[in-house]
Unconditional design. Structure first.
Length: 341
């Protein structure tokens, strides 16, 4: 009878390897790593020296299955460059790290199909919770999340149909507030340029602009949207195309700061004074809005604060704190008027 084939080793240092070199049992090593106060200082130092020497990394997934407790948070980012993501993550991670949790990141590139695949992969590792950006979910993703029975936090935009918890901004009101501001300054022919036209955030901003125009008895006819990512080139193109359609265009609202900067560059190229020739504003300003010329009127969203609040909300839920009963939190926004309007 043929000998059974031996399973090929992974090459990974195991708990048994640490125990053998330290001259103790595996249970002793496990106890020293999980509950160090139950092991003498001398023995704990000896085991730690071997752990460091071998480069042993505890198998957290196995530990989570054994204890029913996971200390990883699955986060799926739609972008690795946009400020909603890059400004949110550091403060979010810092608060969670202090509580002993680590982030496991996935990148969806605004693809629902990619998000589905990432959810299937990340949930296989039994994270403590899942964090998603925006409100765009496929039916499959919703089913995966509902069946997972884990805390789910959707961030960046307010969503009355959120799967579980939600923290974000009312982008409809932000678009409307900026339109009202420009109308109050005397502008009448206000255009709109936006990126990520397939995303709910852009649709809400666009509806806010339309509502503000109609409220001011003005016609919301002049807009340009694209499924592409925001860019300086889109701002240049937006100014050129909208001025062809409406020579009396006197103001422009841009969904992203990059687009607004492109609009400023195009105005400079055309020797079109800002704001006398064309006022420019954006709906997601940062420090660049303060530093560009002319200084850019912008909606400011405090994404670092959103990250901190989101992390605390998640920790309250994981700790069964009563505060977690509040399922939705509006982080708000501020309109910063500057020289461009």
């Amino acid at each position: 009878m043929a000998e059974p084939r031996k399973r090929r080793g992974t090459g990974r240092v195991t708990l048994a390897d640490v125990a053998k070199l330290a001259g103790v049992g595996s249970m002793t090593v496990s106890r020293a790593l999980r509950t160090p106060d139950q092991v003498s200082d001398k023995l704990r130092d000896k085991i730690q020296q071997v752990v460091d020497e071998l480069g042993y990394i505890p198998n957290k997934a196995a530990g989570a299955l054994a204890s029913g407790q996971s200390y990883s948070i699955a986060v799926i980012l739609p972008s690795l460059a946009e400020k909603a993501c890059t400004s949110f993550i550091p403060s979010f991670q810092q608060v969670l790290n202090q509580a002993g949790y680590q982030l496991v990141l996935g990148y969806s590139n605004y693809s629902m199909e990619q998000e589905e695949d990432l959810l299937s992969t990340l949930l296989a590792s039994s994270p403590a919770a899942v964090v998603l950006f925006g409100s765009e979910r496929s039916v499959k993703s919703k089913n995966i999340l509902e069946n997972a029975k884990l805390p789910v936090l959707e961030v960046a935009e307010l969503n009355p149909l959120a799967i579980d918890m939600n923290i974000g901004v009312d982008h409809y009101e932000a678009g409307k507030a900026m339109t009202r501001h420009l109308i109050g300054q005397g502008y009448k022919n206000i255009g709109f340029v936006g990126a990520h036209g397939e995303q709910a955030i852009l649709r809400k901003q666009l509806r806010g602009w339309q509502a503000g125009m109609i409220e001011g008895y003005l016609t919301p006819d002049h807009f340009l949207t694209t499924h592409e990512s925001p860019s300086i080139n889109l701002g240049c193109e937006g100014v050129a195309k909208l001025l062809l359609r409406q020579r009396d265009l006197d103001a422009l609202i841009c969904s992203h700061e990059e687009i607004a900067m492109g609009a400023l560059f195009e105005c400079q190229r055309r020797v079109l004074p800002v704001p006398k020739g064309l006022a420019v504003a954006c709906l997601d300003g940062s420090q660049f809005s303060e530093q560009c010329y002319p200084r850019l009127t912008a909606i400011h969203i405090d994404y670092p604060k959103m990250g901190e609040e989101a992390a605390r909300k998640l920790l309250n839920t994981l700790d069964d704190n009563n505060e977690s009963n509040i399922k939705q939190l509006n982080i708000g926004f501020t309109l910063q008027e500057r020289a461009s309007s």
